[in-house]
Design a protein around this ligand. Structure first.
Ligand code: UT7
Length: 332
């Protein structure tokens, strides 16, 4: 599904992010797992990640990031017409997390729903926002990616638990924005790869009964190698498509803010495309992979560091469980 050539333009009016205070380092993992700081850093580029406090749920992280994004936008909460929360770790199965966030933020004129597109969730939310603003349905949409990944990790599985962290990133997408115009967005999926990242129990196919919990079926499992290959080829394909559709090459590209999955995945794709390292924004060293939150957090940090400069092409690219992928090309 593509959304482009829409009637009205949609751009980024404000952004914000929030990460919990608690830091879990690679060295901390050395104490509980058969792993090393050297292995984790050299294989992933990650050094530490944030972990939500016991009393914090995903909505709490989203509320804080959402509040910061609305403040940054200069809008009042009652001017937001829709809140989309992208998450795989909702507060509850029912209700969605977005209405909880909507109420807390005082967005009294806003609809609210969740998007479950895993690590592609934030960019998928941007694409939905672009479409609804473009066709005149809405003026201002708050897109939030938020995760408490620590709640679905098996801290005895060294192949998965070292990869993820908690956090939230948000953007107000608006018809009145003068920067960050979304030129094109794209979402895709290939459900034949649905087995590569799964939480087996807790849904309608396998409720989280005692046996399921004893077998840890309520926790995340991943086939890291399969995801690695998919991620490299998908990242490359989506970026190539943007360059082809808008007729620019590595020199014309301003900045890429990718899903913060693994430094080696991004590096390998960039090498094939001949794109220099300085055109990529990475923060996974500090936060690990925050799934649906990762592009939102990175986008906010990149903007605050003045990385996308006026007039530049800004590429957002994400991929993850489903399998799903999403991309957006912005003019900053
Ligand atoms: O956003 C989407 C979700 N993200 C992902 O799914 C992650 C994508 N995949 C990756 O990032 C990489 O595949 C990993 C970082 C997960 C793994 O890196 P790798 O270079 O593909 O390693 P590997 O899976 O081929 O494992 C190599 C070895 C294995 O040992 P043997 O069989 O060679 O003896 C693993 O058991 O490394 C072992 N290993 C570890 N060793 C120390 C796996 N995890 C660890 C660990 N510490 N934490």
């Amino acid at each position: 599904m593509t959304t482009q050539n829409t009637v009205r333009e949609a751009g980024i009016l404000g952004t914000g992010h929030y990460v919990p205070e608690k830091v879990l380092t690679n060295r901390d993992f050395e104490k509980i797992l058969d792993t090393t700081d050297e292995w984790i850093y050299s294989r992933t580029g990650m050094k530490e990640r944030r972990i939500a406090a016991p009393e914090q749920a995903t909505s709490d992280l989203c509320i804080e990031a959402g509040r910061r994004a609305i403040e940054d936008s200069g809008l009042q909460p009652d001017q937001i017409g829709l809140i989309i929360v992208a998450t795989v770790t909702p507060d509850h199965l029912v209700p969605a997390t977005a209405p909880i966030v909507q109420h807390a933020l005082g967005c009294v004129n806003s609809g609210a729903f969740d998007v479950e597109a895993a690590c592609s969730g934030f960019v998928t939310g941007l694409s939905v926002a672009q479409g609804l603003i473009g066709n005149g349905t809405l003026d201002n949409v708050l897109v939030i990616g938020g995760e408490c990944m620590s709640r679905i990790l098996d801290y005895e599985d060294r192949a998965s638990c070292i990869l993820f962290g908690d956090g939230s990133g948000a953007a107000v997408v608006s018809s009145t924005a003068t920067r960050g115009r979304i030129l094109q967005s794209f979402v895709g999926a290939d459900g034949s790869g649905s087995h590569t990242m799964q939480v087996m129990a807790g849904g309608s196919r396998r409720p989280a009964d005692i046996a399921a919990v004893q077998e840890k079926m309520h926790l995340l499992t991943i086939k890291g190698n399969d995801v690695f290959k998919f991620a490299v080829s998908t990242f490359r394909r989506l970026l190539e498509q943007q360059m082809r559709d808008f007729d620019f090459g590595p020199d014309g590209l301003g900045l890429v803010v990718p899903h913060q999955v693994n430094y080696r995945i991004i590096e390998s794709a960039l090498k094939k495309l001949d794109i220099p390292e300085e055109k990529i924004f990475m923060n996974l060293e500090k936060y690990g992979n925050t799934s649906g939150a990762s592009v939102g957090i990175a986008l906010d940090e990149a903007i605050r560091q003045k990385r996308p400069q006026e007039g530049q092409y800004l590429s957002l690219i994400a991929f993850g469980a489903g399998l799903t992928w999403a991309s957006a090309l912005l003019r900053w």
